[in-house]
Design a protein around this ligand. Sequence first.
Ligand SMILES: Cc1cc2nc3c(=O)[nH]c(=O)nc-3n(C[C@H](O)[C@H](O)[C@H](O)COP(=O)(O)OP(=O)(O)OC[C@H]3O[C@@H](n4cnc5c(N)ncnc54)[C@H](O)[C@@H]3O)c2cc1C
Length: 361
Amino acid sequence: MNANLTLRAQTAISLANPSEVMARLRDHFIEHGTVSGTDDNWRVVFDIGVAEALAGEGAIRFSVAAADATSLAYLQWGVAEHVSEFAPGETPEIVWAGGAQPGAPLPYFREMRVLRATQITPRIRRMTLKGSDLERFSHGGLHVRLLLSPEKGVKPVWPVMAADGRQAWPDGPRPVARVYTIRCIDVDAGEVDIDFVLHEGHETPGASFAREADLGDVVGMIGPGGGELREADRYLLAGDETALPAIGRMLEEMPPGKKVIALIEIADNAERQELQTQADLDLRWLPRDGQAAGTTTLLADAVKALDLPGDDSLFVWTGCEHTAAREIRTYLRRDCGLPRRSNLVAAYWRRGVAGEVEEHD
Ligand SMILES: Cc1cc2nc3c(=O)[nH]c(=O)nc-3n(C[C@H](O)[C@H](O)[C@H](O)COP(=O)(O)OP(=O)(O)OC[C@H]3O[C@@H](n4cnc5c(N)ncnc54)[C@H](O)[C@@H]3O)c2cc1C
């Protein structure tokens, strides 16, 4: 294994048919990493580390290695999730040796406190959260899952490490989870900025947190997650206001010389923001001007109006409402014939549905 991957964990998982499960896992991981070896003894190199599997008598022996505690815990979690998924009808017992101890805080969890709130535009409120040991949140994904109090003034319990590498919950009030983007991070100061859309809706734990939180209020943060931009000479970044934090950060981090078209759907022109970039940027705001979020075809129409190449000289990144995401994904892949590796289209929210949208890419 790579010399930098100094953190390791192992487990042996008894299964009725280890070879079959190993084959399914291997096929699945081909999409997520570089797989080598034989059917009975393979290894996968991921961005975050390495997983090795060896078929034994009635069991698979897994060994995972990573450079940091978050990546190691993600690998353990991934193995447990996928083995359970690919061994239907079985409830395999999974106990890891190495990695965080059962009951210990999750390596990818931080308790944060509200430090500042700043109204960026009428519809966007930036919450600055303070915590410690944030270096791992500055790379390897832009997004976090915020764990919000189920009720103002109630401090929820936080998840801890389970023996199988997943999460266990102590007794007590559980938080409500919502996914957000780290718009800006200052590791030395221990601060992250999160831009919340103050959208309409009856019960909106995420937006309500931004509206109502007091300085010092506590919030849990799990992450980072999600992909980062793939290397290309040209980019199309398309999204509504929920994706504006991600687009803003990607533009800020983009090196000079890249050509970028950014299409951003907003409520109206009061929602325009100054975006900093060294890239050669063609920025187009798409105001809904009175139409409700998630009801227009503005973004899909703007994507369709572009003359896109059918190869991977361009990388397309999109984050928006579910229906628009579907339409854009279908257009890019079916109508334009863009290869899958050259586009990432994510549903960031779904009109009429609370909480996380399962469908990604
Ligand atoms: C990877 C990722 C990154 C994200 N980053 C951000 C971010 O940085 N900032 C941000 O504001 N959002 C972001 N989102 C979107 C955010 O998670 C959703 O909008 C989420 O539903 C908000 O939770 P809530 O508790 O406010 O509303 P929910 O309880 O989830 O939903 C309540 C109602 O509000 C509706 N609703 C939800 N979002 C909107 C909206 N934007 N406009 C109109 N109606 C809405 C729902 O359809 C539902 O009917 C991100 C999502 C993903 C997947």
